[in-house]
Design a binder for this molecule. Structure first.
Ligand code: ASP
Length: 340
């Protein structure tokens, strides 16, 4: 019999409508269990850990990430897989940071939730949860088929650190356009073996130190020097710079001077694109040629969620800014594809 550990953090899946205000509020796991009698028909042993309080995932924070990682570490050897029930709003951030914190993971950690609460007639919660449980228990030759942190939503399994929430209205809430879907559930669950990570020979190490001194600079035509300066001068160690197309920025001298000054002061600036598909290619256009020379770092095809959480993770491990800069440009958990 498979042993599955469920971590319930909250999210729409377990929410009920407040009769007075009409808003959705988180409710306890009992509500999910009551609405899912099929849970008793499964031939897995389920253990549930509910967070207190359970939250809307917009209230997610590094403290809860550490708690989740510690629960997984403490139970890693006794369970076949983990399912984390989580609101979809920040699910990709949590999946990304957990992928970094859980190095060499050899068991499935599947985040899932739903767009409609479990008590609603047309809910997507039932299917999502049942499929997540099945994937969390799937084994072949004694080894877990999935050995990484993933998101299961609307019958698709995504690498957590490649995914983002792209739709707040459809059941198909997530996408990972820069990396293939890892599995698709229909009559059978078809795994994309070539795309899955194989950590069998790796050592499982959990890292709990995080440093959230990370900022974001999203560019737009007409952005003011004062605003750019305020962001670059802020008290952070690294900045994710969301640029145009394949990593391009304006070429105004004031802008390049401000970037150069920030890099000189020891800040890491990571270039990722505002485009959801494709990769940063520093030097492809004149408008990005100078960035490399200034010491701007290449974020390649990382999602915004992966870039931010990777920096929070790396900064927690490394006090040396140059070491953070070195690792941010390298693939450490399948989160980026280096194209040069
Ligand atoms: N606001 C909810 C949350 O992220 C949305 C959801 O669960 O899908 O917690």
């Amino acid at each position: 019999m498979q042993n599955i550990f469920i971590i319930y953090t909250g999210g729409t899946i377990g929410m009920v409508k407040n009769a007075e205000t009409g808003t959705f509020v988180p409710f306890d796991f009992e509500l999910i269990a009551r609405n899912l009698p099929d849970l008793n028909r499964l031939d897995y042993k389920l253990t549930v850990h509910s967070f207190t309080p359970i939250i809307d995932s917009s209230d997610m924070n590094p403290g809860i990430w550490i708690e989740m990682a510690e629960i997984i570490r403490d139970n890693h050897d006794h369970y076949d897989g983990f399912v984390i029930l989580h609101g979809s709003d920040t699910m990709s951030f949590s999946a990304s940071i957990l992928s970094f914190m859980l190095e060499g993971l050899q068991k499935p950690v599947i985040l899932s939730g739903s767009q409609l609460p479990i008590g609603e007639i047309r809910t997507d919660a039932r299917e999502n949860m049942m499929t997540a449980l099945e994937i969390a228990s799937a084994k072949e030759n004694g080894k877990s088929i999935v050995q990484e942190v993933c998101i299961l939503f609307d019958n698709k399994l995504f690498r957590g650190n490649r995914s983002f929430k792209y739709n707040s209205a459809k059941f198909e809430a997530f996408r990972s356009p820069n990396y293939p879907v890892l599995a698709e559930a229909g009559i059978h669950i078809n795994y994309n073996r070539e795309a899955l990570l194989d950590n069998t020979d790796k050592e499982f190490i959990m890292h709990t130190e995080l440093d959230n001194r990370v900022g974001v600079l999203k560019l737009f035509p007409g952005i003011s020097p004062a605003f750019v300066k305020a962001i670059l001068d802020s008290d952070v160690r690294s900045i994710v710079m969301e640029t145009f197309g394949s990593g391009n920025t304006m070429t105004d001298q004031w802008f390049l001077d401000l970037l150069a000054e920030a890099v000189r002061s020891g800040k890491n600036i990571v270039d990722i694109s505002q485009c959801k598909v494709g990769s940063v290619e520093l030097g492809r256009y004149e408008t990005s040629q100078g960035l490399k020379a200034l010491g701007i770092l290449n974020g390649y095809d990382m999602t915004f969620e992966a870039a931010v959480t990777k920096l929070i993770y790396l900064q927690g491990q490394l006090t040396d800014q140059e070491a953070v800069a070195y690792w941010v440009e390298r693939d450490i958990r399948g989160e980026l594809t280096v194209n040069d």
